[in-house]
Design a protein around this ligand. Sequence first.
Ligand code: ADP
Length: 587
Amino acid sequence: MSFRIRIFALVMLVAVTAIGATAVLTLQLTRREVSQAVEAQNLYRAEIVEEIQRYGRVHGNWPGLNRLVIALSERTGLHIRVQTRDEGVVLVDSDIEAGRASGPVQPIAYDIDALPPLTVPTAGDDVVPVEFYRKAGPAPREIFGAAPTDRIFGGTPMLVLRQAAQFRTGLVLVRCLNETMRTEPALASDKAPYVSAAQLRMSPECTRRALTRVLTDEAWHLSFWDVYAQCADNRRQGFANPAANSKERSFCLGQAFHDTVVTSSAVPLELYLGGQGQVGISDFGRRGLAGAAGLVLVALVGTFLIARQVSSPVRRLTGASQMLAAGQLDARVRIKGAGELARLGSSFNSMAEAVQQSEERQRRLVADVAHEMRTPLSNLRGYLEGLSDGVIEPSRELFVSLHEETMLQSRILDDLQVLALAEAGDLGYTRTPIDLAELASLSVTAHRAVAAEAQVALTVDASAPAWVSADQDRIRQVLGNLLTNAIRYTDREGQVLVRVRAENGEAVLTVQDTGVGIAPGDLPHVFDRFWRADPARQRATGGTGLGLTIAQRIVADHGGRIDVESRQHVGTTFTVRLPLSTPASAA
Ligand code: ADP
């Protein structure tokens, strides 16, 4: 799995678990809250409706209702909201009264009507027609006295009107008492006759004023008879039928009563109930808490596993690089998969490999150099000790030979320096367009004397120019080395042929000799450092064993390559190929 996907999975796991856990907890809380609210509503709804209704009946209006609502809310633990039915104006909200934001309520409205119920028995059969009552005028003067017994004044409709008058008079009375004596503006009871004897006695002035107000309000009385007569008219058939009469009359009396008291009553309300939204963590069931804890545990374990998966390759890399830094060059990381971290791991392995190889090369170089210097130095020491002990006779030839030996050592050191620079990439080539054919001809000319001394025929075949972009001195060094070798390893009467030609976009230079050749088993080693086919002969001729190594390095640095073909006792051919470039004139 790629590093990015792993990180993505990790973050997603944490996010999903967090959201899931929150959702589960919220759901549980809400469900619990809702069920608590519903339970409380079922338990207290009737009681709350009843109390508010009673408040409305005895007060005739709603001011001061908030105190009752606060008390009810505290007692029931419910959020109570009361608003007018017609216009939806919120009168009291227990949450707001308690100084907090109004919480949710159930979308069910319970009706609250503050009208007093009609309690006068209306079922009795009354044969007096409505017109009689209408003519009789207002309610009996004895509103709060003993019920009238007169046929008309004691008739059922008259008693209904009397109850309505009791209600209205009571309200006028308690308001007057409130104004003059600061008493609570509430009826003594929500049932007829609504006021207590004490209230009636409290202020004769208020009682008189209340009675006068109601008894002289002719329009109000007439409205009662109008509604009753209208209803009776509409249901004339029912009234005519003796069987239905009583029921129909009851209905019309109820309507007349309602329409008459409604003007004095408080406006109808709607009640909404909800929870108080104060469910705490302790309200969770055991199972809810265990579930939440389980979720958190799963998230923890999941996060731990993924985090470990993400970090383990990084830890492996850290360990391996620490080992490498401590000198353990064979330290490598195990690579799994193909993601970014796997690529980082394989880069680390390649780097460690390169470091190890370079270290190995250096170690071998030091060993080679030490080995190379040891023999000539011990030879020199032996001769010098023999000379000082008088065991060896000093002679001119001996000194010449010792001098040659030291010259060889110094050449080896020079070559080693060039090789070290080349291998470090510090040789600093100065490239210019050069004609390899011309350079080869010049080199051949420079080697003619040596070839003549060795009695080797040296010829050059480089008629056509072959331009390359190269460092002239370094390429001359390569040519010099190949020519020196060819002459050195070719016996008398032998031949050395140098050819240059352009071929397939390459300048191809061959140095071919008819010399001793190289054994097939030795061919792969000719470019190795300090390698010689015949150390004794080579030493005699003054070679360092580094010439071909340096030549191969220089050619490779120019983007070319050098190859060798050879047959023992037949001859050897070295071929150098360099990329062709534009001639000097064009450049
Ligand atoms: P040296 O300075 O000893 O010549 P080189 O690196 O140039 O070192 O050559 C390495 C060895 O390759 C030589 O010692 C010799 O054995 C072999 N060699 C190089 N050129 C030729 C050649 N033209 N014919 C036969 N052997 C050769």
